[in-house]
Design a protein around this ligand. Structure first.
Ligand code: DON
Length: 569
């Protein structure tokens, strides 16, 4: 295995050396060989897979900025982390170039023109199980390719083609799957086969299934990536990939047409901003509700001057539950696609509003929707954070929604489709994959973006880059990020140490405090119960991949809950 890695690495170095050789104007940063452990002096990348982290490192090493590295990492993840890395999905990017202004790019999917409010209901008005998650109708018009291309058009330095080369290579020649990947591919094999009788993806090399170290090759995906590398995003939105996608949709009863693809545009949005003492926090605005929720919760805590307490102290947990309750209720009441419905973000972050709202909050009662809830959780989005050698900082979260999206694969182009349409409200009160009740403001409408929990977040301390954080986890994204920021900003603890803290999550509906196994001792759990909280343990929460600046170094914190990895120099 190390030999294979070495060959691959030398190939990548070759690719970039060639790239920079023809474009020799740019001085290469000298790698700092003294950087050790997880602290890097100049530049760093942290993401869900070691090979994608290497692709990002090489872009940085060869003079690329954080956006260049993001392009390399994103497309590499589409190959080596197909649970969530994608061509067929969407996401949000936060970027602070060295000059200091913070930008937000929304490349969330949109509903196709033929979509409508009752798309997922039968003729009696009842939701059809699986329609918004497992079928061709589940896919929103993909935004990732356009998003990365737009970021690169505006800020990129290295040639697009070279940035995609590692992804093409990884798809064509293959890469060794990890033990975790082998297990997940085996678990999903029946679904891949059943839903893609014509072109099943990820076919195991032997009847018993995948084993760690097996090589996964994706020749159709390699062809699509090569098309993108050579022709740019037009290949996806108006070229042969658009043709394949439209033909596939027609054959499978989906709605996405060439016209939908051609009309897709990512949107630069004014980021949400909250100033807390010497800290500036930046998050994506709606249609991300996640960013708004995290900022509301942190603002509230600062307004109420909650004393610093350990993450698992019952009073801290009690307060957290109230803040989360407020944020999830407001999400239900106000979050929407801002290009279709106004969202009063200034009001929702206003101190007087938050204090008033907090005083009238009733824990255990999700006011906007009286139903009882249940929640399922999936770790199937992906987040990466990048710091470049010139002082730029970037955080990007992207997804297919569920793990491997709808598990439907576009034949000939080898990529998976998202099932992001399930993030819309199927009907008022009907719960999505994450247990959130559908709200009327998030109803399906043509060209509309569905509300999201994704929230890549940047923090400056005294005006200088300090943190880039983000995580998968559906609705739990909000909790993992709140806890991360509480840990680093309020408790002043190192980011890397956050990973050993057991995480918890409350979203008001269901009225249950979910937590990782062993979060509390029996006596503390007993105290939480006497406070009226219902506790339920669940699988690990989130995969927070972040960077923190301390003592002149970038400290990378890849989450040990996955195969996540960091690279830098
Ligand atoms: O945008 C959203 O809120 C969801 N589609 C995110 C899904 C997710 O995070 C899945 N798991 N980690």
């Amino acid at each position: 295995m190390p030999a294979l890695r070495l060959i691959f690495l030398s190939f990548l170095v070759g690719v970039w050396a060639a790239a920079c050789g023809t474009d020799g104007r740019r001085p290469l940063p000298t790698p700092d060989l003294l950087s050790s452990g997880t602290g890097f002096r100049q530049a760093a990348v942290v993401c869900a897979h070691p090979l994608a982290a290497k692709a990002g490192r090489l872009a940085l090493l060869f003079g690329g900025n954080a956006v260049d590295a993001a392009v390399a990492v994103h497309f590499a993840l589409a190959v080596v982390y197909p649970n969530a890395g994608n061509l067929g999905g969407g996401g949000f990017m936060m970027y602070r170039p060295a000059a200091g202004q913070v930008y937000c790019l929304d490349f969330r999917e949109v509903a196709p023109q033929a979509a409508h409010r009752t798309l997922f209901l039968d003729n009696k008005g009842r939701p059809v199980p699986g329609l918004s998650t497992e079928t061709a109708l589940a896919a929103g018009v993909p935004g990732s390719v356009a998003g990365l291309a737009e970021a690169h058009r505006r800020f990129g330095r290295l040639p697009w083609y070279w940035l995609l080369k590692p992804a093409v290579h990884l798809a064509e020649k293959g890469f060794p799957v990890t033990a975790r990947q082998a297990e997940e591919l085996n678990e999903n094999a029946p679904l891949f086969r059943e839903r893609n009788p014509k072109c099943p993806p990820f076919v195991a090399p032997r009847p018993e299934g995948w084993q760690a170290g097996d090589t996964l090759r994706q020749p159709e995906l390699a062809r699509a990536l090569l098309g993108l590398a050579q022709e740019g995003p037009s290949c996806f939105y108006t070229g042969w990939i658009a043709d394949s996608l439209e033909a596939w949709m027609r054959a499978h009863g989906g709605l996405i047409t060439r016209a939908d693809l051609q009309a897709y545009r990512p949107v630069w949005r004014r980021p949400l901003h909250v100033l807390l003492d010497t800290l500036d926090l930046w998050a994506p605005p709606p249609p991300s509700a996640g960013g708004l929720s995290v900022l509301q919760m942190l603002r509230l805590q600062s307004l109420l001057r909650w004393p610093p307490q350990s993450l698992h102290h019952p009073e801290m947990v009690w307060r957290y539950c109230h803040a989360a309750h407020l944020a999830f209720e407001d999400r239900y009441l106000y979050a929407a696609d801002p290009d279709h419905l106004p969202v009063p973000v200034e009001l929702l972050l206003d101190s007087a509003y938050l204090l008033r709202r907090y005083r009238t909050l009733e824990l255990h009662r999700f006011a906007p929707w009286p139903g009882r809830g249940s929640a399922a959780f999936h770790e199937s989005t992906t987040h990466f954070s990048i710091a470049d050698a010139e002082g730029g900082l970037l955080a990007l979260t992207t997804t297919l929604n569920d793990s491997y999206g709808s598990r439907l694969c576009v034949c000939g182009a080898g990529f998976l489709l998202n099932n992001e349409m399930d993030d819309f409200s199927v009907a008022p009160g009907v719960k999505n994959l994450y247990g959130l009740p559908g709200s009327p403001r998030n109803a399906v409408a043509p060209g509309r973006r569905m509300v999201s929990s994704m929230a890549p977040i940047l923090v400056e301390r005294r005006g200088r880059p300090f943190l880039a954080v983000g995580t998968p986890g559906g609705t739990t994204i909000v909790s993992t990020l709140y806890l991360t920021l509480y840990w680093t900003l309020v408790l002043n603890q190192p980011l890397e140490a956050f990973h050993s803290q057991k995480r918890y999550h409350y979203q008001a509906l269901p009225d249950v405090l979910f937590h990782e196994e062993g979060a509390w001792s029996d006596s503390l759990a007993g105290r939480l119960r006497t406070m009226g909280l219902v506790l339920r343990s669940r699988a690990p929460i989130g995969r927070m991949d972040g960077l923190q600046r301390r003592d002149g170094l970038w400290y990378a914190a890849p989450d040990p809950r996955g195969d996540d990895a960091a690279e830098g120099f």
